[in-house]
Design a protein around this ligand. Structure first.
Ligand code: GTP
Ligand code: MG
Length: 413
């Protein structure tokens, strides 16, 4: 059974805290002022119902799992005849595209993986047989860490294998014919999605609408914030059969780094994407009637700041900006204003709260006005996504060749 370690308790507390924050924030989205005046128990009941519905849905996605792994014990030696016990089996993690962490948890509720013990040495078989290895299929994109945060390794390609618990050696002359136990420890399987493009934006910006337009994915779309509550992958297909994957993530909000909303928890999933696609509503965004209105420029800067506060390296990833909802009235004027502000962002930083001014402003390779409803700008966006990825791939190849040349030159000297 999973023991309640202090890190687990902290994790649970922060989850509950986050959920309560969400509930408090959500109260602002009750449809009418009358609804807000209903008795508290009415509100609490609807929240309980909403939380159960969320749990049912959210429960399907897991991106962290803690498991126990133990190598098999070695077999006993046979002192009288100098027989050697068999080696205990090892525990291996094997990357498999078809598995999810949720499926592992459902299939092995006790989350214990123990390899077979080695056979004892006997008169019939002086050299005991080795124990069978235990192979645990895990999804691609897994980082394996111990409870103390030490990294065991990563599994990113199908079929890749990682040894996580070695079996004990069998009893032999050196060990006085006593076998040794296998390694045993708890490990974390930390999943970070592997996608070419990660969508980053405030809630309601139209990220899921955009993904639906450019791929066959069918994420939920609705006119209220936090519709997307778990990452969703879509594949964009090009006429030359090249495919790129795009990850739709839950919306970020201002203050996400201090645990507001739920988007921050999912930012780890853009760590491995090759490119970021910022999506902003050209008319700006307001989270709730009591929250400040943010223009498109402010949302871009606030998103940059949230990324910077999560991990500075994210701000240096290749990025594109899709300015969505260009079909709305005044969109053209708002876009012109945004373009002007993005030309000289430092002149407009005073519009932001002091602690939210980004130190590194994200440099967009392209800024593309789009409408996920009318389809405006979609072709250009799809082309730009491809162009950036191709350029990055070329750069990688060039760097590889340069490194090879350097190594060759060093060898010649
Ligand atoms: N007029 C207009 N509305 C749009 C456009 N794109 C999205 N919407 C609407 O905006 C609302 C939010 O769209 P979503 O795609 O759910 O937004 P999201 O960014 O995924 O939101 P979260 O999942 O909450 O983070 C929906 O009502 C969409 O119909 C657009 O280009 N034009
Ligand atoms: Mg969404």
């Amino acid at each position: 059974m999973l023991r309640p370690s202090s890190s687990n308790v902290l994790l649970l507390a922060s989850e509950v805290g986050g959920a309560i924050c969400d509930v408090i924030t959500l109260r602002h989205f009750l449809p009418s002022p009358e609804a807000q005046e209903r008795p508290l128990w009415c509100f609490v009941l609807s929240m309980v119902w909403a939380t159960r519905a969320l749990l049912r849905k959210y429960g399907r996605f897991m991106d962290d799992l803690r498991i126990y792994v133990k190598g098999g014990t070695g077999g006993m030696g046979y002192p009288r005849l100098g027989g050697e016990g068999g080696k205990g089996g090892d525990v291996w993690l094997v990357a498999n595209e078809k598995i999810t962490l949720k499926r592992i948890k459902d299939r092995y509720p006790n989350k214990r993986f123990i390899a077979e013990a080695g056979a004892n040495s006997s008169i019939a078989a002086l050299k005991g047989a080795s124990g069978k290895d235990s192979e645990v299929n895990v999804p691609l994109g897994i980082s394996v860490t111990t409870d103390d945060g030490n990294i065991f390794g990563e599994l990113n390609k199908p079929g890749e294998r990682l040894l996580v618990a070695r079996g004990g050696i069998g009893g032999c002359l050196v060990t006085n014919f006593f076998p040794s136990k296998g390694q045993a420890h708890m490990i974390h399987l930390d999943l970070k999605l592997i996608a070419d493009v990660g969508l980053v934006g405030f809630p309601n910006a139209g990220k899921s609408s955009l993904l639906t337009k450019i791929s066959h994915a069918t994420p939920e779309i609705a006119a209220y914030p936090f519709t997307t509550i778990k990452p969703e992958l879509g594949t964009v297909k090009y006429p030359d059969h090249k495919q790129i994957t795009v990850a739709d993530l839950p919306g970020l909000i201002e203050g996400a780094h201090v645990n507001k909303g739920r988007g921050h928890k999912f930012l780890k999933h853009v760590e491995r994407t090759k490119q970021l696609l910022f999506v902003v509503d050209v008319s700006g965004f307001r989270l709730s009637p009591s929250a400040p209105f943010r223009t498109a420029f402010e949302t871009v800067m606030l998103l940059s700041k949230e990324l910077e506060l999560y991990k500075e390296e994210l701000c240096t990833k290749p990025a594109l900006l899709a300015v969505n909802k260009m079909d709305l009235p005044n969109a053209k004027e708002n876009l012109d204003e945004l373009m002007e502000q993005l030309q000289k962002p430092e002149d407009y930083m005073h519009l932001l709260p002091v602690n939210m001014i980004p130190e590194l402003t994200v440099k967009f390779r392209d800024i593309i006005p789009i409408s996920a409803i009318s389809g405006e700008g979609m072709e250009e966006l799809i082309e730009c996504l491809r162009k950036v990825l191709d350029e990055e791939a070329e750069k990688k190849i060039e760097n590889y060749h340069r490194e090879q040349l350097q190594t060759l030159r060093q060898l010649e000297m």
